[in-house]
Ligand binder design. Structure first.
Ligand SMILES: Cc1cc2nc3c(=O)[nH]c(=O)nc-3n(C[C@H](O)[C@H](O)[C@H](O)COP(=O)(O)OP(=O)(O)OC[C@H]3O[C@@H](n4cnc5c(N)ncnc54)[C@H](O)[C@@H]3O)c2cc1C
Ligand SMILES: *[C@@H]1O[C@H](CO)[C@@H](O)[C@H](O)[C@H]1NC(C)=O
Ligand SMILES: *[C@@H]1O[C@H](CO)[C@@H](O)[C@H](O)[C@H]1NC(C)=O
Ligand SMILES: *[C@@H]1O[C@H](CO)[C@@H](O)[C@H](O)[C@H]1NC(C)=O
Ligand SMILES: *[C@@H]1O[C@H](CO)[C@@H](O)[C@H](O)[C@H]1NC(C)=O
Ligand SMILES: *[C@@H]1O[C@H](CO)[C@@H](O)[C@H](O)[C@H]1NC(C)=O
Ligand SMILES: *[C@@H]1O[C@H](CO)[C@@H](O)[C@H](O)[C@H]1NC(C)=O
Length: 527
C-alpha cells in the first residue's frame, strides 16, 4: 500500500520538522520521549489537502502556518500532546480549532500545532458525539445532552430533536462547534431569556494547559469551570459539555417589524425583553434586530416579492430602516392560540404599521435560518471571502448616542457596501455570572451590535478596517464604554486594557491552569 507508506513517511517528516523547530535547546531525553510515542506521531499531519485550511479562518485576513495539524481520536491523545509540549524545555504552542469561524486568527498558530477538535467526531462511541440522556425526573425535571467539544451545534440540535428536545440558547449560526462558542460566549436572540450559551452549561470536561483532565461544574472544581466558560481557549481544551435541554416547539411564528425611528425601535426591543418570568403568553421566544441601509445589495429575502417595491421605497425615503425581528414558538396543538399571542405581543408597539411581515416555519427552519443564506453566498463565491467584522456590546444608556454617531454618521455617510448589521438588547442581570471569564458592559441591559462585513476585494478590507477603527475611536471619545466581542490579533497591552479590573483574575487563572502559556496563542494575549 504505497499510500500508507507515504502517510507514514510524511508523519516521520513532521516529527523531524517539529523537533527542529520547537527543540532549539532540546534535551535528548524529551526528544526520545516523543519518538517513543508512536501514537502521537501518527496523528500529526501536514496533508497538503487540509494544511492550507489550518492557516486561515472565516476572516481570511490573518494567516499563520502551523508546524503540523494534530488529529486526535480520543481524549487521551489530547492529553498526550499537551503532556509532551509541557515536558519540553521550550514547549510548543497548541491552538485548539473547532470550525475556525473566528475572524482574527484566534484558532491559528505560526510555530506550533493546530489541534483539530472536529476529528474527535470519528470516535462517536466514546462519548464524544452527542448523547441525549433520559430526563432526570426526581426534583426539577432536567434533560441534557453530553456533547463532545468538537461537535457542531447543528448535530446537538438534531440529536435533541429526535427526543422532542432542544438546547435553550442558540446563536444565529448552527455550524460552529460547542467548544468554540463556549470559549467566547454564544450570543443570540434567546440570550435575553436564558442567557448566553456559557450560562447554559451544567458540567464540563476540560484538559488544562498543565495536562490535567478535570470534570468541573458550579459545585465541583468551580474555578476551572468558570475560567473555561468564555475562556478564549486559554485555560484548557473543552472535550465535553453537558448542555441542558427543554421541550422543542414544532413551529415558529417569525416576524419582522420595520421602524424609521431608532428611539421607538429600541424602546420596543427593550419592552419585549423585559418579560415577566411567570407570564409565558406575554413573552417573545426570540428578539433581535438589524439595519436595512440604502446601500446595495438590499437583503429582501424575508419579504414576499410583492412587497419588495414598497420596502425599497421606505429604505430610500429614510436612508436607514431598523428591523425588529421576533419569534413566538408553538406546538401543533396550540396553533389556534399562537395568533392571539402574537397580537398580544405586538399591542402598543410603534413600528410603521403597514410594515409587519410574518412567516410560519418549522422550528428547525427557524433556528437554522442562516444555512440557506450560506448556500446562496457560497454559490455566488461570497462565503470564503474576507470578513473584517467588528462585534461590540454597547451599554443600554448610550445606545442612542451610538446610533447617532455610528450608524447615522460614520456608516451611512461613508456608504461602504457589503455585509449586514445586527443590533439587539439582551439582559445581563440574572443571566450572567461574573465568575465566568468574559467582561460585559456594567449595566443590567446591554446591546449586541455586530458589523458582519463582507469584503469582495482587499481594497474594501482596508476601508472597512479603517472604519472599524473610527467607530472604536468615536466610542472612546464620546465616553461610550463598549466591550469588544470575538476579538483577536491584539497586543498584550490591548488585552490588559480589555479586561481592565478583571485582568488580574485572568492572568492568575492562566498561571494556575496553563503556566507555560501553551494554549490558544492566536489571540496574542500572552505571546
Ligand atoms: C456566520 C457566522 C455567524 C455567527 N453568529 C454568531 C452569533 O450569533 N453569536 C455568537 O456569539 N457568535 C457568532 N459567531 C461567532 C462564533 O460563535 C465564533 O467564531 C466561534 O468561535 C465559532 O466556533 P468555531 O468552532 O468555529 O471556533 P474556532 O474559530 O475554531 O475557535 C474559536 C476559539 O476557541 C478555541 N477553541 C475551539 N474549540 C475549543 C475547545 N474545544 N476547547 C477550548 N478552546 C477551543 C480556539 O482556540 C479559538 O481561540 C458567528 C460566526 C459566523 C462565521
Ligand atoms: C492584525 O495585525 C496585523 C499587524 O498588526 C495587521 O496588519 C492586520 O491587519 C491585523 N488584522 C486584523 C484582522 O485586525
Ligand atoms: C479535521 O478533521 C476533520 C475530520 O477528520 C477533517 O475533515 C478536517 O479536514 C480536519 N481539519 C484540518 C484543518 O485538518
Ligand atoms: C459525527 O458522527 C455521527 C455519528 O457517526 C454522524 O451522524 C455525524 O454526521 C458526524 N458529524 C460530522 C460533522 O461528521
Ligand atoms: C420617535 O419615537 C419617539 C418615541 O416614540 C418619539 O418620542 C419621537 O417623537 C419620534 N421621532 C420622530 C422624528 O418621529
Ligand atoms: C450608497 O452608494 C450607492 C452606490 O454604490 C448608492 O446607490 C446609494 O444611494 C448610496 N447611499 C447613500 C445613503 O448615500
Ligand atoms: C405537526 O404537524 C405537522 C404538519 O402538519 C406534522 O407533520 C407533525 O407530525 C405534527 N407534529 C405533532 C407533534 O403532532
Amino acid at each position: 500500500m504505497p499510500q500508507r507508506n507515504l502517510v507514514l513517511f510524511s508523519t516521520t517528516m513532521v516529527v523531524l520538522l517539529l523537533s527542529s523547530i520547537v527543540l532549539t535547546q532540546a534535551q535528548p531525553r524529551s526528544w526520545s520521549a516523543f519518538q517513543a510515542s508512536k501514537e502521537l506521531a501518527t496523528k500529526l499531519s501536514r496533508n497538503p489537502q487540509t494544511f492550507p485550511h489550518a492557516s486561515t479562518d472565516y476572516g481570511h485576513i490573518v494567516h499563520k502556518t502551523p508546524v503540523a495539524i494534530f488529529n486526535p481520536s480520543s481524549v487521551s491523545d489530547i492529553l498526550a500532546l499537551i503532556h509532551f509540549s509541557n515536558s519540553l524545555p521550550n514547549p510548543f504552542p497548541i491552538a485548539p480549532r473547532g470550525k475556525a469561524h473566528s475572524v482574527h486568527g484566534q484558532a491559528m498558530t505560526k510555530d506550533g500545532v493546530v489541534l483539530n477538535m472536529t476529528n474527535l467526531n470519528s470516535s462517536f462511541q466514546n462519548g464524544l458525539g452527542v448523547l441525549v440522556s433520559a430526563c432526570d425526573g426526581k426534583g426539577p425535571l432536567i434533560c441534557y445532552a453530553d456533547v463532545g467539544g468538537g461537535q457542531m451545534w447543528i448535530d446537538v440540535l438534531h440529536a435533541s430533536l429526535e427526543r422532542g428536545l432542544t438546547p435553550l440558547s442558540l446563536t444565529d449560526y448552527m455550524y460552529a462547534t460547542v467548544g468554540g462558542t463556549l470559549s467566547n460566549a454564544g450570543m443570540g436572540g434567546m440570550s435575553f431569556r436564558f442567557g448566553p450559551q456559557i450560562s447554559n452549561v451544567l458540567e464540563l470536561d476540560v484538559i488544562t494547559g498543565k495536562g490535567d483532565l478535570v470534570t468541573c461544574s458550579k459545585e465541583q472544581n468551580s474555578e476551572a469551570f468558570y475560567a473555561a466558560l468564555g475562556g478564549l481557549g486559554q485555560f484548557g481544551v473543552i472535550t465535553r459539555a453537558r448542555i441542558p435541554l427543554g421541550p422543542a416547539p414544532t413551529r415558529v411564528k417569525w416576524l419582522r417589524l420595520l421602524y424609521n425611528n431608532f428611539t421607538a425601535f429600541s424602546r420596543d426591543q427593550e419592552h419585549l425583553i423585559s418579560f415577566s418570568e411567570r407570564n409565558d403568553i406575554a413573552t417573545a421566544d426570540y428578539v433581535e434586530g438589524m439595519l436595512l441601509l440604502n446601500q446595495p445589495p438590499l437583503d429582501l429575502l424575508f419579504y414576499p416579492a410583492s412587497d419588495h417595491q414598497r420596502v425599497t421605497s421606505l429604505v430610500t425615503q429614510y436612508g436607514i430602516i431598523y428591523i425588529l425581528e421576533l419569534a413566538k414558538y408553538y406546538y401543533n396543538n396550540s396553533q389556534a392560540h399562537v395568533n392571539e399571542e402574537v397580537a398580544y405581543l405586538l399591542k402598543g408597539l410603534n413600528f410603521v404599521h403597514t410594515f409587519v411581515f410574518e412567516r410560519d416555519v418549522s422550528y428547525e427552519e427557524f433556528v437554522n435560518r442562516v444555512y440557506p443564506l450560506e448556500q446562496m453566498l457560497r454559490s455566488e463565491g461570497l462565503w470564503e471571502v474576507p470578513h473584517p467584522w467588528l462585534n461590540l456590546w454597547v451599554p443600554r444608556s448610550r445606545i442612542s448616542d451610538f446610533d447617532e454617531g455610528v450608524f447615522k454618521d460614520i456608516v451611512l455617510k461613508q456608504n461602504i457596501t457589503g455585509g449586514s448589521f445586527l443590533v439587539y438588547p439582551t439582559n445581563r442581570r440574572n443571566k450572567w455570572d461574573d465568575r465566568m471569564t468574559p467582561i460585559t458592559p456594567d449595566e443590567d441591559v446591554f446591546y449586541v451590535v455586530d458589523f458582519l462585513r463582507v469584503a469582495k476585494t482587499f481594497d474594501v478590507v482596508d476601508k472597512l478596517q479603517v472604519q472599524n477603527k473610527q467607530i472604536l475611536r468615536f466610542c472612546n471619545d464620546a465616553g461610550i464604554k463598549i466591550t469588544e466581542y470575538l476579538i483577536g490579533n491584539k497586543t498584550h497591552q490591548q488585552w490588559v486594557e480589555h479586561f481592565g479590573p478583571k485582568w488580574k483574575l485572568f492572568a492568575d487563572r492562566k498561571t494556575e491552569f496553563d503556566p507555560k502559556k501553551i494554549l490558544s496563542p492566536g489571540h496574542g494575549i500572552f505571546q
